[in-house]
Design a protein around this ligand. Structure first.
Ligand SMILES: [Fe+2]
Length: 466
């Protein structure tokens, strides 16, 4: 059972089937970057609003103080023209100034940018809330004549005497407009940064995960194939070093793997050679069976080749044929070399050789693949063979081919109790057993193969390299 999101393939190789590292990284980074940008935007907006408001407050207070300082002498000297000029010039100096007023110590307006206000008592309005003091100037937010204003009040003193009060109204619309304009610009910039952050995060995720993805592909290629393509690496950071080290490690593993495979092949060849020698020695025990295994191998391979078996399988067939009577090494000489027909008990003893052969092959793991064929080479197509009584297609194809070649070679070789049959008689005998001992199709194919050989050259047939 694999981990969630992971599929385990042949050889235990794990492959991702769920959300990838890049998407996970992207999904993690993007909200963080968005949160950061939104937070910074809000903070910048608030700081800008505060700064604009503070600047406006300080600007108004400074103007109010200038008016107060300039008005002292004219107020004491009762110079209405000087006060009017001061008021009108101040009013004209800044478009945000809503009104400028100077009143005397009795709170009678003596100068105002609106002429109608002159000579009237000052009209106080209740402050909405105080905005602070700047030196001797007080600032309040008020609503006067339907407009929201910052109203500054600065006492006018001259020669140590308080002679009046200067009032200045500053419109808040300019501040609101400025704040709105700044906010729009900040939000527009934030939107552009958000879009850039989206693609930037995507790019960053790819940049980080691409080397990891390549490494993953490299591991898959190393695990699933003989040829390894080194993972490309161009960076000098930790991932680059990891990739280069992985390439070196993979090459070492492949070199060791190849060396092991070569050694395993050599070992297998050694085992096979050893068993060939044993099989040849076995054939040599009985002068009548000299070269029997080799002839069976050649004939069964010739038939296999005609049936379209590929070269690799033919090689396995050839070895299985060489080994097919290996179990006879355990058959006593007085049974194996008996010059007359065997008794029932001796026949049973002889019939043990397919099983004895498999026991010998079982000793070497490289030879295990030949066990089913060696065990089944005396099975009959109709199930009356031994040792297991299997039938038809249950009998391995290689075992059926060996059985045909084995029978043909036995019949065409002199035995102590009978002379060798001719090729034609041997074929007839084999065809008599089609459907019982042999597969009908294979028996026919074998007979056809033998008939197509030169009719008189039976010696060649027995030693042919078909
Ligand atoms: Fe045999």
């Amino acid at each position: 059972m694999g981990t969630e999101g992971i599929e385990t393939g042949p050889g235990g190789i794990e492959r991702r089937v769920g959300v990838g590292l890049r998407l996970k990284l992207f999904g993690f980074l993007l909200p963080l970057v968005f949160l950061l940008i939104v937070t910074v935007t809000l903070v910048v907006t608030e700081v800008t609003k505060f700064t604009l408001r503070r600047d406006l407050l300080q600007r108004g207070a400074a103007i109010s103080r200038v008016v107060s300082l300039s008005a002292g002498h004219s107020l004491l000297a009762k110079d209405p023209l000087g006060l009017d000029r001061l008021v009108s010039e101040t009013r004209a100096s800044d478009p945000d100034i809503a009104f400028v007023s100077i009143r005397d110590a009795s709170d009678i307006v003596v100068a105002h940018d609106r002429v109608t206000e002159r000579g009237k008592p000052y009209r106080p309005v209740p402050p909405l809330f105080p905005l602070g003091t700047f030196g001797d100037t007080r600032a309040d937010e008020v609503v006067r004549d339907g407009r929201r204003l910052i109203e500054y009040t600065t006492p006018i003193s001259f020669a140590g005497r308080r002679v009046g009060i200067a009032s200045l109204g500053l419109s808040m619309e300019g501040l609101a407009t400025a704040q709105r304009s700044i906010r729009q610009r900040i939000f527009a910039a934030a939107a552009i940064i958000l879009v850039a952050a989206f693609f930037g995060t995507l790019l960053l995720s790819s940049f980080i995960t691409t080397p990891v993805k390549r490494l993953h592909q490299g591991v898959l290629s190393l695990a699933s194939s003989e040829r390894f393509q080194p993972v490309p690496s161009h960076s000098s950071d930790e991932l680059g070093a990891l990739t280069r080290n992985f390439n070196r490690m993979a090459e070492t593993i492949l070199a060791q793997k190849n060396s092991l495979q070569k050694k395993a092949l050599q070992l297998e060849e050694s085992y096979v050679s050893m068993v060939r020698v044993i099989a040849a020695s076995l054939d040599a025990r009985d002068p009548y069976t000299m070269g029997h295994s080799t002839r069976v191998a050649r004939m069964s391979c010739a038939l296999g080749r005609r049936l379209g078996i590929n070269e690799e399988e033919l090689s396995h067939l050839e070895r299985a044929a060489i080994f097919h009577d290996l179990g006879k090494i355990q058959t006593p000489d007085d049974v194996l070399l008996k010059g007359e027909r065997l008794s029932r008990a001796e026949e049973e003893q002889m019939k043990n050789h397919p099983v004895d052969g498999t026991e010998i092959l079982r000793m070497a793991p490289f030879l295990h693949r030949y066990i089913p064929v060696v065990r089944a080479h005396h099975e009959w197509y109709n199930g009356e063979g031994y040792p297991d009584g299997i039938r038809g297609d249950e009998i391995p194809l290689h075992a059926q081919l060996i059985a045909l070649a084995d029978a043909f070679d036995a019949m065409t070789t002199d035995r102590p109790y009978r002379e060798a049959l001719s090729t034609q008689d041997a074929i007839d005998e084999i065809l008599q057993f089609r459907g019982t001992q042999f597969s009908p199709e294979l028996a026919d194919a074998f007979a056809k193969m033998v008939r197509e050989m030169p009719p008189t050259d039976e010696t060649t047939l027995k030693s042919m390299a078909l």
